[in-house]
Design a protein around this ligand. Structure first.
Ligand SMILES: [Mn+2]
Length: 305
């Protein structure tokens, strides 16, 4: 089955903009450091941030945005969780800080393409429009530095095709919310103990056979559909599982999420693609800082002796 019927599907979504919009003009609560000294990539893809929910690891995403820059940035859906916001308003300053940083980035000249997902589908009605330098698209085509053509879409287009959507049923239900709560609690304790972030749900998913099968099937369905479309690969999000793989010569990229794994997909200036696991990047940076501090201390000791 091709992707076309899903992309061209239009729906009457009504006019319910998230209540969060008026907050965008506020200054950030955490001042943004200057863009100099950031790691620069040609392209960055992030998705499934779920702003407006407690599950969002906002602090880690702020750290990512303050450490990484790119020429183009794709927001691959489920950035703001409109479903949850409608039920219960939850919008801490850190979530505002993220929106502020993204808009600031657009102002500085980064090309930002926002492809709404199923949780922020209220933005799909604005497809083709620009807001504060952010382009809203239903899907996009990206050409890498080495000339590969990639189709970029959120990925919920395939929910209807995935007949055995056991994992998605799980994602939607209370068990998932409970697991996320446990994940937050475990990490609060770990942080107090000075331990790095660790994703409980990521481990759980790898242990549950059904989840593993679902993810693998999803990856294949999406990639085959993209292959029929004649592109070299596809970039999506939606299933909260970062991955780089290939099916019959067609590439599959998933940028993961900022609820569980805290990952981004990046394209280097030579076209090489990589998944950045931000908790690991933060731990590496912390270790390097400790090492240099220890070296400085030992140098001082030598000097004193
Ligand atoms: Mn989604």
């Amino acid at each position: 089955m091709g992707i076309e019927p899903f992309i061209d599907r239009t729906r009457d979504l009504g006019g319910d903009l998230p209540v969060a919009l008026p907050l965008l003009s506020r200054e950030p609560s955490q001042p943004e450091p200057g863009p100099e000294g950031r790691r620069k990539y040609r392209t960055v893809w992030i998705s499934d941030v779920h702003l407006g929910t407690r599950g969002c690891n906002a602090q880690m995403l702020i750290d990512f945005l303050d450490s990484v820059d790119s020429e183009t940035m794709y927001l691959v859906g489920d950035i703001i969780d409109g479903w949850r916001l409608k039920k219960k308003f939850y919008w801490p300053d850190s979530h505002n800080d993220i929106v502020w940083r993204i808009l600031k980035r657009a102002k500085r000249g980064t090309r930002i393409v926002y492809i709404p997902g199923n949780h922020d589908e209220m933005f799909r009605q604005f497809t083709g429009l620009h807001f504060g330098g952010v382009e809203i698209r239903r899907a996009a085509f990206h050409t890498t530095a080495d000339g590969r053509r990639l189709m970029v879409l959120h990925g919920d287009e395939f929910d209807a095709v995935m007949l055995a959507h056991r994992w998605l049923a799980f994602v939607g239900d209370a068990a998932y919310t409970g697991l996320m709560g446990l994940n937050r609690w475990v990490n609060a304790v770990r942080q107090r103990l000075g331990l790095p972030y660790w994703s409980l749900s990521r481990m759980a998913k790898h242990k549950v056979k059904n989840a593993v099968e679902f993810i693998s099937r999803y990856e294949e369905v999406v990639t085959r559909a993209a292959g029929e479309r004649g592109v070299d690969g596809v970039v999506c999000g939606h299933i909260h599982t970062a991955e780089i793989r290939e099916f019959d010569g067609v590439e599959y990229y998933n940028d993961g999420d900022w609820v569980e794994g805290c990952t981004a997909l990046v394209e280097h200036f030579d076209g090489r693609m990589e998944v950045l696991h931000w908790p690991e990047e933060m731990a590496k940076r912390e270790a390097a800082r400790e090492r240099s501090e220890a070296e400085a201390a030992s140098r001082q000791m030598v000097r004193a002796a």
